[in-house]
Design a protein around this ligand. Sequence first.
Ligand SMILES: C[S@@+](CC[C@H](N)C(=O)[O-])C[C@H]1O[C@@H](n2cnc3c(N)ncnc32)[C@H](O)[C@@H]1O
Length: 217
Amino acid sequence: METLLPERRIALPADSALDPRALFAPPVAEVWLEVGFGAGEHLAGQATAHPEIGMIGCEVFENGVVKLLAEINRRALGNIRLFIDDARLLIAALPEASVARAFILFPDPWPKLRHHKRRMVSAETLDRLAVILADSAELRLATDDADYLAWMLERATTHPLFEWLARGPGDWRQRPADWPATRYEQKALAAGRTPAFLRFRRRPRARGASGLQDPRK
Ligand SMILES: C[S@@+](CC[C@H](N)C(=O)[O-])C[C@H]1O[C@@H](n2cnc3c(N)ncnc32)[C@H](O)[C@@H]1O
């Protein structure tokens, strides 16, 4: 961990936007972002399946970071970089249209009404993700909490820059084959809860427009 972490850890530039592609050598075809990767099963799975993609993972939970570093070491994964702080700081620092896929899987549900403002999936986060996601980029969300599911759907399906990719009733109950399982999904299933797997597409920008203004401009 002492040697691997400094190589993989992302530090935000003090006064400029972060160029996510510059974090990877050899160069990567695209950059994907996972918020709150937990112990990193999904991140490591995607990095293994897609060595051509640069994977950025954000997590504040130290034990999870340690587990993922062990897996990076075991699988010799060169295409993962880590941001070990509040993901919203990284999302705020990324340039427009710089991310080709984003994942927020089983975010903390914060069930009490007075804590709802802490939920990671919010109108503000969706607005900011719409800025950093490229045209037609996919946003994947998962939850096993019925109230958070309704909250996510309410915000994401009414967001003007996202389109829900559900193909038919119930297809969001099946995890797509290219979506590695996580620890929280296993916990949910073991407890008899039914997870939901939501896929959204960032609508293409109108020519010459970004859809939403990047607040740094
Ligand atoms: C319920 S766990 C789910 C972990 C993993 N995605 C999974 O499915 O197993 C939520 C994770 O989000 C992380 N998290 C919460 N707030 C965060 C934030 N602001 N920035 C980065 N990670 C965060 C937590 O530390 C925790 O590991």
